[in-house]
Design a protein around this ligand. Structure first.
Ligand code: FAD
Length: 656
């Protein structure tokens, strides 16, 4: 039996971004002793990078806005595949979550009459994004951290210990969710019992025991070569849930943000916020044409301007004009840019032009878009107040994720497991609207923390026990890269040299980018699955040198398991869904099919040890199942015109 430190908590939150911190605050406030664990420095989560704002129907800039309109926009953006109950809760609760942030010390930009200012964003009918310049995520995280510190100060006063009820373990990675077994607890097996972790600096293993675990680890972008995501986004939470027995939902839906930097190569993929278009930026091809007018799909025809003149007038008079097509949902704009480049009308470095310089005076651009101004000035030597940016699609967000119960954020099928934030699936359907992530983090982070605390407090059968056998297995798995030198003793792999984790990662990113990217084809996805199978076998020999003290090669070798699992989910689900919808575009099935609206795709692990996949690589580790979606509640359907519903819903649904 291995000797690893163990600590007991009621709730463990994996991830310290917006979702994780909001969950931790709620769990602690509900009386649960709560631990937060994150693989980056505390305060350095991906949420910090969020730029444009947080969507909430507060109606501060246009009084016509309300939760029903926000709900409608979200469902339209997701092409009606959203878990409608999540979209409803999100639209209803987002304004309260924004107000709550202000009571905790956040300070959003103001309107002239002192209200929280709200800006336009793609797919939102009214100005809806509360913002702090283009650094909204930073303010959000700063405020949540401050709230955590204030709770710790309360605890110090009461117990003499800052960390008695709320403790942060930073720069520590979770590699396994542990579950109790019949032998360990005597109760029904399969409940969550804690997490297995390692400290990145010392390499030391430890276990946090807890009956409730909230996964809030964010996205998967680092499986793709061109991405706006940071190093943390290796799909850990998705993989942890799969390995614990929970299904992933609709993993084929990956959002390619239309505007990432394309030049210079070292910064390719870094995000150019949608606020640039929200504040009047126009997209042009190499012929100087504002091409988005050619790409308004039928389902959106009545809602977008027909001419440049009307689009321009909308900025001054939104009540009497329609919005410009630069503000279509992201999937539409990304596909349009892709098509322009493919048709030979791209910019010199393979993107298109995005120009805000003619819309506002230089000092207003610098004030409203300070990060963008500095980003282009410093990284590309481009002055966006005087010239156009070059931009192109970049892998940005995953709509698919852990399948959860809408109200409680409980992961399906694993008692004690919860999920919130980008790692959870369903809320955004096939395509997320900008700004709807930050609000999602707060709404469902809070709900996850609440229900995790209630679950822990209400355990009738006693606390689940951590099984030593599981801990030993997790430790052995984590140590395997150090013994890859020896390699397998028998079989086809015997005697082969160890693999370099960096090489494997690069090959994975190239595969996903080229074969399961923005436009997908059957033969390419089949080729991707073959390549993933090969990489999976090779990854079992991923070897590292040195020791466990801060060893990034070792960390990457461990992350590879997660990226490979998640990539297989994306590729298998994308191959299965023979239609185009939101963030999933099939060249061989270019239209959106009403029959597919009723179908979710669930990925489950068939081969938890990876042994079968190693001997029969093509078979893979993931099994797909189709599931019929729950019918949308009639009072929510009544928010739409029948003519609109006809475009999305299947015949029987309309009849019902
Ligand atoms: P994160 O904030 O990424 O937090 C994940 C946490 O999990 C981190 O603390 C990480 O260290 C931890 N973690 C991961 N794996 C492990 C592990 N194995 N063990 C322990 N800890 C782990 N959305 C909007 O709504 N509005 C915007 O304006 C906006 N702008 C954006 C700009 C950029 C450049 C990007 C990239 C995204 C933007 N988004 C925006 C999207 C939004 O920022 C993210 O979807 C959101 O922040 C995700 O939050 P989260 O809490 O789910 O995860």
């Amino acid at each position: 039996m291995s000797v690893v430190d163990r600590q007991e908590w009621d709730v463990v939150v994996v991830g310290a971004g917006g979702a994780g911190l909001r969950a931790a605050i709620e769990a602690r406030e509900r009386g649960a002793r709560t631990a937060v664990i994150c693989k980056s420095l505390f305060g350095k989560a991906h949420t910090v990078m969020a730029e444009g704002g947080i969507a909430a129907a507060m109606g501060n800039v246009n009084a016509g806005d309300n939760w029903q309109v926000h709900f409608r926009d979200t469902m339209r953006g997701g092409k009606f595949l959203n878990q409608w109950r999540m979209a409803e809760l999100h639209a209803q609760e987002a304004p309260d979550r924004v107000w709550e942030l202000e009571t905790w010390g956040a300070l959003f930009d103001r309107t002239k009459d002192g209200r929280i200012s709200q800006r336009n964003f793609g797919g939102h009918e009214y100005p809806r994004l509360a913002h702090v310049g283009d650094r909204t995520g930073l303010e959000l995280i700063r405020t949540l951290q401050q709230k955590i510190v204030s709770l710790q100060q309360e605890d110090k006063k009461e117990t003499g210990d800052y960390e008695s009820r709320l403790k942060v373990f930073q720069e520590c990675t979770v590699t396994r969710v542990l579950k109790d077994t019949a032998s360990a607890s005597g109760a029904a097996p399969g409940r969550v019992s804690g997490v297995f972790c390692y400290d990145r600096e010392s390499g030391r293993f430890f276990v946090l025991e807890a009956p409730s675990v909230v996964i809030a680890t964010g996205g998967i972008g680092k499986s793709f070569k061109v991405t706006s995501n940071s190093w943390e986004y290796t799909g850990d939470g998705h993989a942890l849930a799969l390995l614990a027995g929970a299904p992933l939902l609709n993993m084929e839906f990956v959002q390619f943000h239309p505007t990432g930097m394309v030049w210079p190569p070292s910064v390719k993929g870094i995000l150019v916020t949608e606020s640039v278009r929200g504040d009047g930026g126009v997209l042009q091809n190499s012929e100087g044409k504002r091409f988005m007018f050619d790409y308004i799909p039928d389902v959106f025809k009545e809602k977008y301007a027909e001419s440049e003149e009307e689009g321009d007038r909308w900025y001054e008079d939104p009540d009497n004009n329609r919005r410009p097509p630069e503000l279509l949902p992201r999937d539409e704009v990304a596909r349009a840019i892709n098509a322009e480049v493919k048709a030979g009308r791209g910019s010199p470095h393979g993107g298109v032009f995005l120009d805000v310089s003619n819309r506002m005076p230089a000092e207003v651009i610098r004030r409203r878009l300070p990060s963008m101004y500095h980003q282009f000035k410093e990284l590309a030597d481009v002055d966006i107040t005087a010239e156009a940016m070059e931009v192109g699609p970049t892998c940005h967000y995953v709509m698919g994720g852990i399948a959860v119960e809408s109200d409680t954020a409980a992961a399906r099928g694993v008692p004690g497991l919860f999920a919130a934030g980008e790692v959870a699936g369903g809320m955004h359907g096939s395509n997320r609207l900008g700004g709807n992530s930050l609000s999602d983090l707060l709404v469902f982070g809070r709900r996850a923390g609440l229900h995790a605390a209630q679950y822990a407090a209400g355990l009738a059968e006693g606390r689940p026990a951590v099984d030593d056998v599981e801990v030993d297995a997790a430790a052995a798995e984590a140590l395997r890269p150090f013994s890859a030198e020896e390699g397998p003793q028998a079989g086809a792999e015997a005697g082969r040299p160890p693999e370099n984790p960096y090489t494997l990662h690069q090959e994975l990113q190239q595969t996903m980018n080229d074969l399961v990217g923005i436009i997908r084809r059957e033969a390419e996805m089949e080729a991707a699955l073959q390549k993933l199978a090969e990489l999976r076998v090779r990854a079992r020999r991923a070897g590292v040198e040195g020791h466990r003290q801060f060893n990034p090669g070792w960390h990457l070798a461990l992350d590879l398991r997660n990226m490979l699992l998640v990539s297989e989910c994306v590729a298998r689900a994308a191959l299965e869904r023979t239609e185009s919808r939101g963030g999933h575009t099939r060249e061989d099935h270019p239209t959106m099919e009403r029959e597919w609206r009723r179908l979710n795709l669930l990925c489950r692990l068939t081969d938890p040890t990876g042994e079968l996949a190693a001997t029969d690589p093509v078979r893979g580790q993931i099994r797909l199942a189709r599931e019929t979606t729950e019918p949308i509640r009639p009072d929510l359907l009544a928010l739409f015109e029948k003519e609109e519903l006809v475009k999305y819903l299947a015949e029987e649904e309309l009849y019902e």
